[in-house]
Design a protein around this ligand. Sequence first.
Ligand SMILES: *Cc1c(COP(=O)(O)O)cnc(C)c1O
Length: 534
Amino acid sequence: MTVNPSGWRPSTPGSVANDTGPATVTGNRALQLEEPLIFELDRGDATGVDIEPVKVSGDRLGGLERKSAIGLPGLSEPETVRHYTRLSRQNYAIDLGLFPLGSCTMKHNPRLNEKVARMAGFADVHPLQPQETVQGAFEVIDTLAHWLIELTGMHSVAMSPKAGAHGELCGLLCIRAALEDRGDAREVVLVPASAHGTNPATAAFAGYRVENIPANAAGRVDLDALKARLGPDVAAVMITNPNTCGLFEPDMVEISRAVHAAGGFVYCDGANFNAIVGRVRPGDLGIDAMHINLHKTFSTPHGGGGPGSGPVVLSEALSPFAPLPFVAKEADGTFKLIEEETAADRDLKSFGRMTAFHGQMGMFTRALSYILSHGADGLRQVAEDAVLNANYVLRQLSDVLDAPFADSGPCMHEAIFSDKGFDGGLSTIDLAKALIDEGFHPMTMYFPLVVHGAMLIEPTETESKAALDQFIAAMRSIAGKAKAGDQSLKAAPVYAPRRRLDETLAARKPVLTYRNPVPDGSEADGAAASVGGG
Ligand SMILES: *Cc1c(COP(=O)(O)O)cnc(C)c1O
């Protein structure tokens, strides 16, 4: 493919996306616009700005200045705007339709959150401003902290971790500090098979040896196996509750008692707190540390307006070891940022800092806006509706899809299925790709690992019955074809801008460097765009 200096190339039928319908000259399919890479659109010297050439007055970089052209694509402003706008139309988003990605809680992000987060008094504050000028921001952090403590029944909360996995690390560092404080070096963290994948990764990152505890036939932690493994070398148990099979762990109190009796701590992965908020207080279950994904439970899902935020609620035993800094309310009603251990007239044994500043301020305002607009009763209803919707999906599909834990009772916020019973060599991936043709983002696939060919569906509470019924109809139709061994599913997606891609290769060997095609058809190094390792 040669670069056309006019920025436009006639489409090569079949080279682009799909073979549905007649080829078009432009490669566009009605209003689904085909879009090349920006490097392929490059018009050389074209530019969106008109700046006088700089009068170079001698070498100011000690001979290190660039000699060759930088090699970025040259396009005018409208061409650039259109390029990115066309690409943006190829994104699937929660604002377009149902996004049933299990364990991710892709729910609607209320626009009120965005309005509040953009208020100048919140959006324009700087973390290095004098403390007396950001009292309102501190009050937001403090008020949100109180809500999180109240909702979880815990003793304190560390607000600064910036994502769920970061919160896990914070919790484990608190546990390590508490153990070191009592001169107790323990090396092992137990992680059940039904835990989220970030749990073992975090434990290993924190320097612990990870040992797996099996799940029982009902998809829950094998209590006897856990008890049998407890001992003086076990620092903590990390339990995801509700677990990644979408099931509540009913033995949590007994697990906590056993772990505490053996001198260890209980870490709970609370990313799925949306399933139990207002109904269950983790503090009552004997948990010592739990992160809450503000960007799941309290709206603003991934990509829905900001980065993540993973505050960690702590038991009384772990509270002294919480990270710095934190906001404290003074006797006179003002707020103060405690940045040093010695700055507080309390018994602090902080393990240190997780982040440069206070945490993810934009997420704090969004989460507090969500909490205050729902109120305590509204939050409880969030959990009830999330669970109701997932059970509706479970029961509406369990006659056409294998539902391994359907007999274990109701699920929590997500329903799990498998590809058992698919014929003709079809599997989970074929159903997921066919779902794209029906206009839905696929569910979480092949996770959790305890279910072969898993499909984990989290509808969330923000979907109406009508939206769920449409999704269920699509799922039933595809499941019927899969069980009949209909090979047309192997070709899906047919209507997407691109057909089936080699996702494993893309993940293992990502091509991050654009190479300029040269006329003989081979590729030359684009001196230009060496933006990363290839
Ligand atoms: C999403 C999730 C995490 C990780 O949260 P991030 O914010 O993506 O780091 C951990 N555990 C569970 C159960 C999750 O669903």
